[in-house]
Design a protein. Structure first.
Length: 369
């Protein structure tokens, strides 16, 4: 999925600026906990008010710079996601149009429209928000582990155990998340198509007074979608609740160990502030990867649905046709979906420059022929 979409990403306007802003923002976030912890210890040992003011101003300046960069990055991300969504929609529509005619005519236009937009947006949002972050978070975790080990190896062991717990949780929920997400997307697309279908028949509904029938139709579709939605919701909330449980257990262990170290004099308040901040950042990274894998199943389901629409696309425009003197058709047939054949076993040869009349009633498929 990344291989096919990242190329589209870098064709979008502002994508390179987005990469720069995110990298700088991550670098600033790495140094902030160390600065805050250093400032606490600085207050304990320093008695010069002017130096305190300068140190505080420096720390605040770093934080303000990060906030402005975060705003600029957020605006840029929105622009890139919109353009990438449009590009994916265009590519999918072109592949669908180049596919078999029968497949296109049998498709529900409302269902297909909602499916193309929702899945293109889901894939674009996932790729833009994760293609760089996934690597930066790995670097950040390594940096945090080095800091924690330099303060106390026990904190590194505790972090490693919590990372293992998140990995086990992902392995358990990987398949249920994908299956429930795929089923939920299909159900939602069908629900949207049903609503669109009822609205498109507004004139007939008013003429027949079939308001109750319309309501019953929508209720039936909703009742079919409801258990699918609830199953997806249960799986998603199970992942979120398990995340909170793991976080609470290991954070409690951190507080106990840190408290004992402070009481024994082996850790300062500033070091505790630093450890607590970096540990929170580490948990933020672990949670990111849990949400990443959860979002990946959702995005992969969307990508698979886009690929399914693109199947059967013909490769056109790569072969040049020379001078054509005649065209021969042999035993061709055509019919509209679900209707009798308009013609079958039709053979004809058309020569250059020779006009051929095509008499027939309206809707006899003369233009199609």
């Amino acid at each position: 999925m990344f291989k096919k979409t990242v190329n589209e990403l870098f064709r979008c306007k502002g994508s390179r600026l987005f990469v720069i802003l995110m990298s700088v923002n991550y670098a600033l976030s790495c140094v902030m906990p160390a600065l805050n912890g250093g400032f606490v210890d600085f207050l304990v040992t320093n008695r010069d008010p002017s130096r305190v003011v300068w140190f505080a101003a420096f720390v605040a300046g770093i934080g303000i710079s990060a906030s402005f960069m975060s705003y600029a990055m957020g605006v840029n991300v929105s622009r890139v996601i919109l353009e990438m969504t449009t590009r994916l929609m265009g590519a999918t529509c072109e592949s669908f149009e180049r596919g078999p005619l029968e497949k296109g005519e049998q498709a529900d236009s409302s269902y297909t429209t909602q499916r193309v937009y929702a899945d293109s947006n889901a894939v674009s949002s996932f790729v833009v928000n994760n293609f760089l972050t996934i690597g930066l978070n790995i670097i950040l975790i390594v940096f945090i582990f080095i800091i924690l080990f330099s303060i106390n190896p026990v904190f590194l062991a505790l972090s490693t155990c919590s990372l293992g717990a998140y990995f086990i949780l992902f392995r358990v929920l990987k398949k249920p998340l994908y299956n429930s997400s795929l089923a939920n997307k299909e159900g939602l697309s069908k629900l949207f198509a049903s609503v669109s279908g009822e609205l498109s028949q507004l004139f007939d509904i008013k003429c027949d007074g079939a308001y109750d029938q319309s309501a019953r139709t929508l209720k039936g579709v909703f009742e079919g979608y409801y258990p699918i939605y609830m199953k997806a919701s249960r799986v998603s909330n199970l992942a979120t609740s398990s995340d909170g449980l793991i976080s609470s257990v290991f954070r409690g262990a951190l507080l106990v160990i840190s408290g004992m170290e402070i009481l024994s004099g082996r850790m300062s308040i500033g070091e505790f502030t630093m450890v607590n901040s970096y540990y929170s950042m580490a948990f933020g990274c672990f949670k990111y990867y849990l949400n990443y894998f959860k979002s990946y199943q959702d995005a992969r389901a969307s990508f698979d649905r886009l690929e399914a629409l693109s199947e059967g696309a013909e490769d056109r425009g790569t072969i040049s046709v020379g001078h054509v003197e005649s065209i021969s058709l042999s035993n061709i047939a055509y019919r509209y979906a679900g209707k009798p054949y308009l013609y079958r076993d039709l053979s004809v040869e058309v020569e250059r420059g020779k006009p051929i009349p095509l008499p027939g009633r309206t809707d006899a498929a003369k233009a199609r022929f």
